[in-house]
Design a protein around this ligand. Structure first.
Ligand code: GLA
Length: 746
């Protein structure tokens, strides 16, 4: 039993394989948070010290005893306008105009299996692997009940949380903030890791001490955003990849989000996470309830690597629903960087033929195939083929592609509309615009109002019609601007604060219907690259285009940042042309493939323009990726830290059985006369012996070391030697050389 209630101590304890989460129904009926950390079965109430703290108010019932305060004790779910002045989780206004809720325990229930949140993706149970705790809190005067939902996945070491807010009064109430969870970490010096960026440079790690001012990681953009990913880690000062306490907080949400971290007057740290409360309000009529998005929590006492691995496994096993999650996905070639808008059917077929000759399995036609889409200023919304470019329609092109033995994939950007489109001319009110105000344009396009069910229905009919008519195996679902001027022409004035979240609900319902109706289609998410790379999207898209920046050296930081929370199998990554289109940097083809292999792997270049030498190299890359596919997507991922040598980035994949591993390394800054490039491997079986094969790319290394994949000149080493003594690579010179080192247990 992973959820235990001790009636005497009034503690509720959630146990996973290596963690423990505990709360207590305290005096006065408040739900206190007692502990989240390494597994220990104990009553942790002794950790809560009560003291008379000036200006920290006490419950009315405590009378002359001034020691008990909501303001100093750790809480499970805080509210505004109560004695807790720290970050609130809930902000509401009752019918009588009173703000906040004084939430007291009413009842709890434990049920087998995972709970669902209405209209949003959340963690699923594959059969008897989880339990749910629901704790109901109530403020009778406000006429509100809050049901705190806890999902416990013991083997996965993950606890999920969400809140369901119910109006029990006979008049409407309005929500202004409804966080998914509040997590208090009462002791210790903590640091915040978050993942910020911009278009074409997403999820860059930043680590800062948790200070007394409030630190906020958020997006107000209507999407989870390139700028601030909805994922943070709190770790104790000094924690590293292999040691130290770390807590992951990952909302399963794709819209505007907000995570605040506050260190209070007593040094206790509070994290509150959920939908962004700016431009949010929700009218709850009597009897109605509002579900918050779910948030995933995980704790590791052994540093960041196990925390990331837990999240990787959980997202793959309990969030991603696609049949393609664990299935070998086709190696694709996307024509975007090959042609941009400048293509004809003949040109596409020439590219596809050459791609097929190299070993590519699926051809993706990107932007520009529909309406009068000659550039990115027009035609979004007109999802019918441009016969000038593609005579005979998509069907004819697809027949040609299939004749080559390739499967066909297509780009769409359904959430958008161009002013210059038949759709906008027919339904101007379907776009998000504020009446009487010119909307902000971004890529010269507007956003469709997915808060309107008829828009969602129209998109479903249009896209499902396309998928039924044409033999399409893959869809790239793009979203190339953020939401401004959010105003739904279908909602009354007092409900406009619901539009941003209703947009996300509309999007989820559309994806829900489409992915259920076309389960064999491989959907890849995209939002100008990784502008909506989050756990919510991963429920529908097993892979997401990681960034519009395809420069392999830039991708090292982007993919590394991504790896803290998200599995390699979710990372859309392609080999593109050199010099790179975004940075102008030249890199070896082999190094581009080493980096793209830490993801879905594909190509984004014009194969008809390759040199003979490059054409000879690519089939080997595809074969190598296919050979290591299970290891890369199904293995455990380690970020490695070379301890000397030229500046480089290294990572490895280790099979669950520890009988195979692949070490990947890219030198970012070759040096003259460098120190030896040395690192210690991770995750291997110390008692096993491994045969080593090494392959170098773009490197000027002695001929004897330029082994191919069959190389057998290298020693066999024990796992213990590689783990404790480490491994030294030969000196690698040249522009951005890289290495693949394969270890196989003998
Ligand atoms: C976005 C995507 C690109 C490409 C273009 C097409 O920027 O991230 O990969 O599909 O749109 O317009």
């Amino acid at each position: 039993m992973s959820i235990r209630f001790d009636p005497a101590a009034k503690t509720l304890t959630l146990l996973t394989r290596s963690t423990c989460y505990q709360m207590q129904i305290s005096e006065f009926g408040y739900l206190l948070h007692l502990y989240y950390g390494q597994r220990a079965v104990e009553n942790f109430r002794y950790l809560c010290q009560t003291a008379d703290v000036g200006f920290s108010p006490n419950p009315y019932e405590s009378k002359l005893d001034r020691r008990w305060s909501l303001d100093t004790l750790p809480q499970e779910y805080s509210s505004t306008n109560t004695a807790d002045f720290r970050l609130s989780s809930l902000n509401l206004c009752a019918a009588n105009g009173a703000w906040g809720a004084d939430l007291r325990y009413v009842r709890h229930a434990v049920t087998p299996g995972a709970y669902a949140v209405t209209g949003m993706p959340c963690a699923f149970d594959k059969g008897g692997e989880s339990e749910t705790l629901a704790v109901v809190l109530r403020d009778a005067s406000a006429g509100v009940e809050v049901e705190l939902l806890y999902g416990v996945f013991p083997e996965q070491d993950v606890i999920t949380r969400a809140a369901r807010i119910r109006n029990t009064a006979d008049k409407p109430l309005r929500l202004f903030k409804a966080a998914s969870a509040c997590l208090d970490l009462p002791f210790g010096r903590w640091e915040l890791l978050h993942f910020h960026g911009r278009h074409a440079m997403e999820r860059i790690l930043e680590r800062t001490p948790v200070a007394t001012e409030i630190q906020t990681v958020s997006s107000r953009r209507g999407a989870s955003s390139h700028q601030q990913n909805p994922f943070v880690i709190l770790c104790r000062e000094g924690a590293n990849e292999d040691s130290g306490d770390c807590v992951a907080v990952m909302p399963v949400y794709s819209g505007s989000h907000r995570t605040d971290v506050e260190r209070d007057q007593m040094g206790s740290v509070r994290v509150v996470t959920g939908i962004h409360d700016e431009q949010f309000s929700w009218q709850l009529n009597p009897g109605e309830s509002f579900d918050t998005p779910q948030v995933l929590l995980s704790f590791s006492a052994c540093g960041l690597t196990p925390l990331s691995q837990t999240l990787h496994r959980f997202l793959r096993g309990n969030i991603c629903r696609s049949r393609w999650t664990n299935r070998r996905r086709p190696v694709l070639l996307n024509n975007w960087e090959a042609t941009y808008f400048d293509f004809t059917a003949d040109k596409l077929l020439r590219i596809a033929r050459e791609a097929r000759n190299l070993g590519v399995e699926l051809f993706v036609l990107d932007d520009g195939w529909f309406g009068r889409r000659s550039d990115d200023n027009r035609a979004l919304g007109d999802w019918f083929v441009n016969e000038d470019k593609l005579p005979g329609g998509l069907e004819t092109l697809i027949a040609g592609i299939k004749e080559l033995g390739l499967r066909f994939g297509l780009w769409v950007e359904p959430e958008m509309v161009s002013e210059d489109s038949d759709l906008y001319r027919a339904h101007p009110d379907w776009a998000l615009t504020v009446p009487g105000r010119d909307p902000a344009m971004s890529r010269n396009q507007l956003v469709l109002d997915l808060a309107r069910p008829e828009v969602v229905d129209w998109l479903y009919d249009t896209l499902s019609g396309l998928l039924r008519r044409c033999d399409i195996s893959y869809i790239k679902w793009d979203m190339n601007r953020h939401l401004t001027d959010v105003y739904s022409h279908a909602l009354p004035p007092e409900r406009q604060g619901e539009a941003p979240h209703r947009y996300v609900l509309g999007l989820y319902s559309l994806l829900e219907r489409l992915t259920a109706a076309f389960p064999e289609v491989l959907f890849e998410g995209c939002a100008g690259g990784g502008g909506r790379f989050d756990a919510g999207m991963l429920a529908y898209f097993p892979q997401i285009w990681c960034s519009d920046d395809t420069d392999p050296i830039e991708r090292l930081s982007i993919q590394k940042g991504t790896s803290y929370g998200y599995p390699v199998s979710a990372v859309g990554s392609h080999v593109s042309a050199s010099p790179n289109h975004q940075t102008g940097r030249g890199t070896p083809l082999g190094t581009r493939a080493v980096v793209a292999m830490a993801g879905s792997f594909g190509y984004e270049l014009d194969p008809t323009r390759l040199s003979e030498e490059e054409r000879r190299e690519i089939p080997g890359q595809i074969q190598r990726f296919s050979r290591y596919y299970d290891l890369i997507h199904g293995g455990d991922y380690y970020r490695l830290e070379p301890d000397c040598g030229p500046e480089s980035e290294a990572w490895s994949f280790v099979s669950p059985e520890k009988d195979e591993a692949l070490l990947c390394l890219v030198v970012k800054h070759p040096e003259a006369n460098p120190a030896p490039l040395h690192l210690r491997l991770k995750g291997l079986d110390p008692a096993a012996r491994y045969r080593i094969t090494q392959t170098f790319f773009g490197a000027a290394v002695p001929a004897a070391l330029q082994a191919d994949d069959s190389g057998d000149a290298l020693p066999v080493l024990s796992g213990a030697a590689l783990l404790y003594g480490g491994y030294t690579l030969p000196r690698l010179f040249g522009d951005y050389p890289s290495a693949l080192i394969h270890l196989e247990k003998i």
